[in-house]
Design a protein around this ligand. Sequence first.
Ligand code: C2E
Ligand code: CA
Ligand code: CA
Length: 527
Amino acid sequence: MNDLHRRNPCRLPVLLLITLSTVVGLSIVWEFELEAWVMHWLALPYDADFEDAERWRFVLTVTGFSLISLIIPTILLRRLIANTRSSYLRLKQAQAQTETLATYDSLSGLINRRIFMDMVRNQLGLKRPAAVMLIDLDHFKAVNDQHGHAAGDIVLVEIARRLEAIADDNGGVAVRLGGDEFCLLFLTFKHQSELCQIAEAAVSRLGAPLSGAVEPSALGATIGIARSWTDAQDASALLHCADTAMYRGKEDGRSTYNFYDSQYEKQRRAQADLELALRRAVEADEIVPYFQPIVALPSQEVVGFEVLARWLKPDGSTAPPSDFIPVLERLGLIPSMTHSLIKQACRAANRWDDRLRLSMNVSASMVTDALFPDQLLEQLRQEQFAYHRFEVEITEEALVGNLDVARQNLSKLHDHGVTVALDDFGIGYSSLYHLTRLSIDKIKIDRSFFEPGQTDHLPMVEAILGMARSLKMQVTAEGVEEFHLPHLPSWLANSGCNYAQGYLYGRPKPASSLFCYTHSSFAQQAG
Ligand code: C2E
Ligand code: CA
Ligand code: CA
């Protein structure tokens, strides 16, 4: 097409000139020479007395007409040719662009995901080795959020250039898979040590300060490595292995690299299954309240229950809170679980004697949520459960996160008659500041103070009881068991402890086992 573009402009005028001279030449020869001869030959009458001026007029007329009949089609033809040429050029450009787009990532100029997958597929189809280093930038979202997408694009291009250099140094191919996800592909066998060296170099080179607008501290890279000869022989599976290894690095604190490990993947899958099952469990109220009695001292009469979560699994087994609370905490599902537990616990306790109280464990994230008190009070109102029958148990960890909000929340609850107990007191912070500045009504002395056979902690218990007395707070002793310290309940009562809780008085039980606390039976029992 370029030749066409070059040749045509000069050819046309020359052609025109030749045609014109031919027309003029032929009409002169015709008018001055041939016309008389042909007329004679055809035996037609011919007047040979024309003047030269008339003959030239004929020549001019013929030339004029010829010119007109030539020029107009020529102009039209030229236009047509020009249009066709530019359409053809555009088509060619579009074709080239499409080919580039199909092969390369438009921002970074690196090979794109589709071609990368084709390359790996071909390589593995030929039973040849492939190693994939999946690279995910750390904190790239922050760059976009803080500096805008244009700055983000500059960073991605810079990262792409660095990756290209690493690929060139090590006989690999740099790929942009999409977003801030890149990849180095090696289509030869490489020893583990060699891959380690490349990955280490990549982590350090990609984490080096960036020239330009973005602050240097912002970025790093986490790498996951998968090899066809150890991990997977299928392109998608190989990429998945690299992804799993990369994810492990993200969990391990980023800016690191990991090789694929099937054991880790099994654990991750089990974790994912557990998370899914727990999401369902919370929705389906499979997490149920168990109730452990709390007795008043010295009478040892049941005055209420601590609500302790249990997961009744679909297979019939029961899981303790340590199996699921941390997972629900991570999933942000503790508020949903607590809501469901309060609903179930209040409905059960509403059938019991109305002197019995409920104590609910409330996790840190809820205590420091400004919406928590109103939501709790509203739920209790809906369940028609009197505020003064309800207690929240909080741990001191909940207070260190956001003390101001916690203080406001607790005082709001306290003002409405909901009591607040500080759980597990004596281990952890045991801060006087918390006790004196917050609306805390009760201390629960941790059960480690009453461990079997231990008596040397008792002076400490006495000290806590003395302090609580001075602060006008009530105290519950946790973990009072049947087989040790036989005189513990009376010792506690004599030392001024108000309540006790533990296996001596009862293990946590489902509501169905507590029919003895329904209005009439409890009245009989108490009587
Ligand atoms: P916690 O609040 O200190 O609850 C007391 C734990 O001690 C319960 O374990 C209870 O079964 C156990 N326990 C009670 N008496 C005795 C005893 O005499 N001896 C011994 N060795 N243990 C006793 P559980 O039910 O496994 O709960 C463990 C922890 O899980 C709770 O400790 C609490 O921190 C948390 N938890 C339980 N339910 C909930 C809940 O609904 N929400 C939140 N946020 N946490 C909960
Ligand atoms: Ca508790
Ligand atoms: Ca406790």
